[in-house]
Ligand binder design. Structure first.
Ligand code: AVJ
Length: 319
């Protein structure tokens, strides 16, 4: 049961138990850890650095698409509309939309991190002093009850970053359906989805020359050492990124370089040389594939925007 819940919610839930997840994940025949644990303070800073790497095209490509097409994406948005962002983090991409909108009823960022929400609010207050910002600290993987005064207003959802790609298709479908419910009635969702492409290009985006993604992945072991009295030797593991064409996903792993026994608190785990801990999936979708998944969650993809090289897509879904 606990395992199913972990897979359903790759992002940090309140009261989320790192210790329990690590003990259960390392006890499996195929060792794995939920990717939400990559994002402690160190991991979040490393991810920020990843978004600026030459190989990591998604962030800058999506920003380019948003900048080029924000006015079209915002058609029909006005003083009555409420903008709801899922997993808003620092809300950087939101500023592109907010900068292009004429009027907006309210902006509701939903994030599990209270501190990320507070930072975003402080920044937005400077640039958009009149904007009504309502913070919601919550896990967006289940339907969320919005404040009563906005529940009946027209809502535009925003879910950028191809975060949807971290969920296996079944859970992604469930998540899209939950978002439709949160945004109903008259739901609309602008969502960023990374596209299928040359596997070599995909793998390079997750295994950069400067080794930042390797540091990001290995930080998970450092975090276990820091927080759970772990005995991982970081030099005895290496980062690996591969493309799995059957499942259409990039996988990140930590590969044991030798036979070894590693302690985590009182527990001990055996690793064979070459055995891996699977730490993240990033599913990639063609435009028709994503359309079909959205359809099975009750959405229709009405419009889709892409960059000139076909690297990344932004869909407009309507209920
Ligand atoms: C933030 C989850 C969308 O999957 O591309 C980047 C995370 N992992 N490099 C992604 C990530 C390694 C990123 N997401």
């Amino acid at each position: 049961m606990a395992e199913a819940r972990e897979r359903a919610a790759p992002f940090q839930a309140p009261g989320d138990d790192f210790a329990a997840a690590v003990l259960s994940g390392l006890s499996r025949p195929h060792k794995s850890l939920p990717c939400r644990f990559l994002y402690d303070a160190v991991g979040s800073a490393l991810f920020e650095e990843i978004t600026g790497l030459p190989e990591y095209y998604p962030t800058r490509t999506e920003i380019g698409i948003l900048e080029a097409h924000a006015p079209e994406m915002l058609q029909g948005v006005g003083d009555e509309t409420v903008l709801v962002e899922f997993g808003s983090g620092s809300s950087v991409k939101t500023e592109i939309l907010l900068g292009a909108v004429g009027g907006l009823g309210a902006y509701i960022p939903i994030d599990i991190s209270q501190s990320a929400l507070a930072d975003a609010q402080a920044r937005l207050r400077v640039r958009f002093p009149k904007l009504d910002v309502r913070l919601i600290a919550a896990d967006f993987s289940a339907p969320i009850a919005l404040p009563a005064d906005v529940a009946q207003r027209r809502k535009l959802g925003f879910f950028p970053g191809s975060t949807i790609g971290n969920f296996p298709p079944m859970e992604a479908t469930r998540l899209l359906a939950a978002m439709r419910e949160t945004l109903s009635p008259d739901a609309r969702l602008v969502i960023g989805v990374d596209l299928k492409k040359d596997p070599r290009r995909l793998v390079r985006a997750y295994d950069d020359a400067a080794g930042v993604t390797a540091a990001f992945n290995l930080n998970l072991l450092a975090r276990i050492n820091r927080e759970l009295a772990g005995g991982f030797d970081l030099d005895a593991f290496r980062h690996a990124a591969t493309y799995n064409p059957v499942d259409g996903r990039v996988e990140m792993h930590l590969v044991s370089l030798k036979d070894q026994l590693v302690s985590v608190g009182e527990a001990q785990f055996r690793f064979r040389a070459g055995e891996t801990i699977h730490t993240e999936n990033a599913y990639k979708y063609s435009i028709p594939q994503f359309r079909e998944m959205a359809q099975s969650a009750g959405w229709t993809s009405r419009r889709v925007w892409s960059d000139g090289s076909g690297l990344f897509s932004v869909h407009e879904l309507v209920a």
